[in-house]
Design a protein around this ligand. Structure first.
Ligand code: UDP
Length: 329
C-alpha cells in the first residue's frame, strides 16, 4: 500500500516509516520540521516539507501522490507546554486536523490512522482502562486530541471517511538499528531524562512525587515500545483497507511500572548508579495509567513484541549513548 505519513520526521512517525518500508510499503512523508528532524526520515521515503494548516500544500500533495491511507502524527504533544500555551495546541492539533480533513474530503482520500493518547482519559476511575471509559482530559493536549477524535467521528458521518484512532500510553524505546530514537527539545519524558544521567548531561533524575497511592508512592505508567506502536499503525491501515469500520483502540502492554522501578531498570541496563532526588508532584499527573489493549489485540491482531522493560530501556540507551545530542551535530 502507499501511505502518506504526516509528521514522519517526529519520534513515533519516523519509527513507523522504518517499519512501513521494512514491510515493503511505499511511503511519502510530510513534515514542517518544527519539532521533527529531516535526518530522522528514512532515505527511501519521499519527503515533502510543509504544514498541514496550509490547504494549498495539502491539495498539491494529494494531487501528486495517490495515497491509499494517511497516517497522521503531525501534532504538538507536550502536556506542560499545552497548559502554558493552549492556543498553540488548538491551532496546530485541532485547526491543523480540520484543514487536513477538508483536503482529504475534497481529494477523495477516505482512510486515516491517527495518534491519540491516554491523556484523553484524564484521571482514570479504574485501571486497566478500557476504550469506553469516561474521557475527562486534565490538560489542553488531551483535550485537543479528544476533540480531534470527535471531529473525525462527525466528518466520517457526513462524508463516509473511515478512521482509526490509536490512544498511546507511554511511548518509549528506539529502533533496533540505533539510527533513530527519541529526541525532544526540551526533553520532558522520563526514560530519556533518566538516560541523560549516565550520558553525563544531568547529575540526577528528579522523581515527581513520592506520595501517590501506588506500591512505592511513585506514579505508575504503561510503557510501550515505539516499534510495537509502529506495528499497530500498519495493522490499522490494513484494517481500514480491508473495509474495517471506524474505531478507537488503546495501545499499551497492560502492565504498570513505577517511576522508581523504571530508574532501577535503567541502573541495571547502563551499569550507572543514577542518583535520584524526590521532588514535588508534577501538576496534572494521574497516579496510574495502565491500558487494556485487548481490543487492539482481538480486532487488529496486534501482538506487541518488545514488552520487556529492560529491552525497551536497552534500545533507548543504544540510541542515546551514541547520539548524546539527538539529531543535532
Ligand atoms: N517523571 C518523573 N521525573 C521526570 C520526568 C517524568 O518522575 O523527570 C514521571 C512523571 O511524573 C510521570 C512519569 O514519570 O509519572 C512518566 O512521565 P512522562 O513525562 O515520561 O510521560 P507522561 O506519563 O506524562 O505521558
Amino acid at each position: 500500500m502507499k501511505i502518506l505519513v504526516l509528521g514522519g520526521a517526529g519520534y513515533i512517525g519516523s519509527h513507523t516509516v522504518y517499519a512501513l518500508l521494512d514491510a515493503g510499503h511505499s511511503v511519502v512523508v510530510a513534515d514542517n520540521l518544527l519539532t521533527g528532524f529531516r535526518s530522522a526520515v528514512h532515505p527511501e521515503a519521499k519527503f515533502y516539507l510543509g504544514d498541514i494548516r496550509d490547504i494549498h500544500f495539502l491539495n498539491d500533495l494529494f494531487a501528486r501522490e495517490k495515497v491509499d491511507v494517511v497516517i497522521h502524527f503531525a501534532a504538538c504533544s507536550l502536556v506542560g507546554e499545552s497548559v502554558k500555551d493552549p492556543l498553540k495546541y488548538y491551532d496546530n492539533n485541532l485547526y491543523g486536523t480540520k484543514v487536513l480533513l477538508e483536503a482529504m474530503v475534497s481529494n477523495g482520500v477516505d482512510k486515516i490512522v491517527f495518534s491519540s493518547t491516554a491523556a484523553t482519559y484524564g484521571e482514570p476511575k479504574r485501571v486497566p482502562i478500557l476504550e469506553g471509559d469516561p474521557t475527562e482530559p486534565t490538560n489542553p493536549y488531551g483535550e485537543t486530541k479528544l476533540a480531534m477524535e470527535k471531529m473525525f467521528k462527525w466528518v466520517s458521518n457526513a462524508h463516509g471517511l473511515r478512521y482509526v484512532s490509536l490512544r498511546y500510553f507511554n511511548a518509549c524505546g528506539a529502533h533496533e538499528s540505533g539510527r533513530i530514537g527519541e529526541a525532544h527539545n526540551p526533553e520532558s519524558h522520563l526514560i530519556p531524562l533518566i538516560l541523560q544521567v549516565p550520558g553525563g548531561k544531568r547529575p540526577f533524575i528528579s522523581i515527581f512525587g513520592g506520595d501517590y497511592p501506588t506500591k512505592d508512592g511513585t506514579c505508575v505508567r504503561d510503557y510501550i515500545h515505539v516499534m510495537d506502536l509502529a506495528q499497530a499503525h500498519i495493522l490499522a491501515a490494513q484494517y481500514l483497507l480491508n473495509g474495517g469500520a471506524s474505531d478507537i483502540f488503546n495501545l499499551g502492554n497492560g502492565v504498570g511500572f513505577t517511576v522508581k522501578e523504571v530508574i532501577d531498570v535503567a541502573r541495571a541496563v547502563t551499569g550507572h548508579p543514577i542518583p535520584a532526588r524526590m521532588e514535588d508532584r508534577r501538576a496534572g499527573d494521574p497516579a496510574q495509567l495502565i491500558a487494556s489493549s485487548d481490543k487492539a489485540r482481538s480486532v487488529l491482531g496486534w501482538n506487541p513484541q518488545h514488552a520487556d522493560l529492560e529491552e525497551i530501556v536497552a534500545s533507548a540507551w543504544k540510541w542515546h549513548h551514541t547520539h548524546p545530542n539527538g539529531y543535532e551535530e
